[in-house]
Design a protein around this ligand. Structure first.
Ligand code: ADP
Ligand code: MG
Length: 294
């Protein structure tokens, strides 16, 4: 589509031909990008800078901070983390060229198969834990871990996972955070607002999310849900009101349940760290680790 191409910055237009849309999310669209030189396929994430806000006010000059963060993200290298190939900044839009994967989202996979058997759930969980541990060791909190942001290398059940959509959400929701905590932020310096967005939580928030995802992988439904009639969702989460109903959990090992409990611990100081998770008895399984390292 040549009309559309004219709106692309030259750095993108000269190097890539854009193809079909792979997905949509809060930040914008993700499309296939064919490299003109090599015919390699990539994914390009197209982010409208209007989404970067503080206190509901657009902050296009956040661009520099976003670019600094993207530089950090570009240096990351792990088999279970989507690689950032290239970044192109233009006045209104940021283009992030990514490694492309073909297996779709973990979310759709779980919906289509119902749930993983326990050995496969363990393999997938172990890869996620290792990937997020790597991010934490590099000083990055993912902040938005969910099955839509875990991509799969192939359509097989046992496959390589790739964590995506990390690192930038703090810029997007800083404003929302501010409103929740401090009322009107008219007089506050931007660095203070950003600290609220970034500093109010610790990396323990990722451990909680991993607990939710592992629960879902094992049984195919979430521990906390709007559809539950006993309690509002917020109340379920804040109180840690979830259970392991026998009818779904009777064939699942004690170790798996113990690990989920340690992650879904309401007090972040008592919640398991990823160091502890990696050493947990559920993951003492050499056959699984051999597959994970392949
Ligand atoms: P958002 O911040 O908008 O949620 P994501 O980076 O999560 O953006 O991408 C949205 C969706 O696009 C993903 O859930 C996935 O379906 C698809 N997608 C994103 N990155 C890739 C990729 N590298 N390869 C294949 N599909 C992708
Ligand atoms: Mg996403």
């Amino acid at each position: 589509n040549t009309d559309e191409d004219k709106t692309l910055p030259a750095e993108i237009r000269d190097k890539y031909t854009l193809g079909r849309t792979l997905g949509k999310g809060a930040c914008g669209e993700v499309k296939v990008a064919f490299s003109k030189g090599t015919c390699e396929r990539f994914a390009v994430k197209i982010i409208s800078k209007k989404k970067f806000t503080i206190g509901g006010v657009n902050q296009v000059n956040l661009g520099q901070q976003v670019m600094n963060e993207v530089k950090v993200l570009k240096a990351l290298k792990h088999p279970c983390i989507i690689k950032i190939e290239d970044v192109v900044d233009s006045p209104d839009v940021l283009y992030i060229v990514l490694e492309l994967v073909d297996g779709g989202e973990l979310f759709d996979k779980v919906v289509s198969i119902g749930q993983y058997d326990e050995p496969t759930a363990k393999l997938m969980s172990y890869q996620m834990v290792c990937a997020v541990k790597y991010l934490h060791d590099e000083g990055i909190t993912h902040r938005d871990l969910k099955p839509e942001n875990i991509l799969l290398a192939t359509e097989e059940n046992e496959t390589l996972i790739k964590v995506t959509d990390f690192g930038l959400s703090k810029f997007v929701d800083a404003g929302t955070m501010m409103k929740t905590f401090c009322g009107t932020p008219s007089y506050l310096a931007p660095e203070i607002l950003l600290t609220v967005g970034m500093g109010a939580y610790t990396k323990a928030i990722d451990c909680w999310s991993l607990g939710v995802i592992i629960y879902i992988c094992l049984v195919g439904y979430p521990p906390f849900s709007d559809e539950r009639e006993d309690m509002a969702l917020n109340k379920q989460i804040i109180g840690g009101h979830y259970s392991f109903p026998k009818e779904y959990w009777k064939d699942i090992s004690e170790e798996a349940i113990d690990l989920v409990k340690k992650l879904l611990t309401v007090d972040p100081k008592k919640r398991a760290t990823l160091e502890e998770v990696i050493g947990h008895p559920w993951f003492k399984d050499d056959a699984m680790k051999k597959k994970a390292n392949k």
